[in-house]
Design a protein around this ligand. Structure first.
Ligand code: ADP
Length: 253
């Protein structure tokens, strides 16, 4: 289990995460949802040790993570858009990852499933966006990580490849791994995820199972449930701001 405890992060003076406390369970797929700029990527970066929180901790199986620590080898990360050196051939990208890791790959299933050997000798710069995304996905799974963090994994993939990836995520979950996934396509997340973490403006607005979300909102699906929570949060925010605004604008008698 991953536990975020009161994670706070600001860039300059702007608070991006405000005391986020969240448990993410193994053997589940957790959807990290939130409007653009709500702090999803920053929370993922804190987990990966790529951003240091100003306060709070992240622990994995009860052990607080050290940003430089060995735990990072347990995490497979698929960024939204991977940037590989354009001149490298696909084969060389995998060689590079293997050299950095210092061990032979443990799981090449997606390389085969995505037909990447056919692209082996092509420079990355000549690949379509979808094929780059396949390389990106195959790398995330290459060392059989027990924690998978997938940021918009199916964006840009053709429907067949997206289906292969979703099926693979389900198998990882069934094998007891911990999977965190973000997507703009909430309907897709509903099909995949058992747990939801919903961020708005750096605060966790909801965390729990899909069933709990639907029970709390009375909505039939995740998408309208999220829309409802977002609307409520925005209304509460506007209400909280209103007295300030009223105080700030002197009335003309
Ligand atoms: P999301 O992934 O939900 O779209 P992000 O975590 O990327 O949100 O960003 C949250 C907020 O933090 C945004 O307002 C963004 O502009 C800001 N932000 C993210 N990274 C940085 C950075 N390195 N420096 C300054 N501001 C940043």
């Amino acid at each position: 289990m991953i536990r975020f405890s009161s994670v706070t992060k600001a860039f300059d003076v702007r608070a991006v995460l405000e005391g986020v406390s969240l448990d993410v369970r193994s053997g589940r797929i957790t959807a990290l949802i939130g409007p653009n700029g709500s702090g999803k990527t920053t929370l993922i970066k804190v987990l990966l040790g790529l951003a240091r929180p100003d306060a709070g901790t992240v622990s994995i199986d009860g052990v607080v993570t050290d940003p430089d620590g060995a735990y990072r080898r347990r995490v497979g990360y698929m960024p939204q858009a991977a940037r590989f050196p354009e001149h490298l051939r696909v084969r060389e990208v995998f060689d590079l990852v293997t050299a950095m890791r210092g061990a032979p790959p443990r799981d090449e299933e997606l390389i085969e499933a995505f037909g990447l050997p056919r692209e082996w000798e092509r420079p990355v710069g000549t690949l379509s966006g979808g094929t780059k995304q396949k390389v990106n996905a195959a790398i995330a799974f290459l060392y059989a990580p027990d924690i998978l963090v997938l940021d918009e994994p199916t964006a840009g993939l053709d429907p067949v490849a997206a289906g292969i990836l979703r099926e693979r995520m389900r198998r990882e979950q069934a094998a007891g791994r911990l999977v965190i996934v973000t997507s703009h396509v909430i309907a897709e997340l509903e099909e995949l995820a058992q747990d939801i973490a919903f961020l708005i403006d750096g605060r966790l607005e909801f965390t729990g199972s899909v069933e709990e979300l639907l029970a709390r909102t009375g909505a039939p699906h995740v998408e309208p449930a999220i829309a409802q929570l977002l609307k409520q949060a925005r209304a509460a925010h506007a209400l909280a701001e209103a007295p300030q605004r009223a105080g700030g604008v002197p009335e003309v008698a």
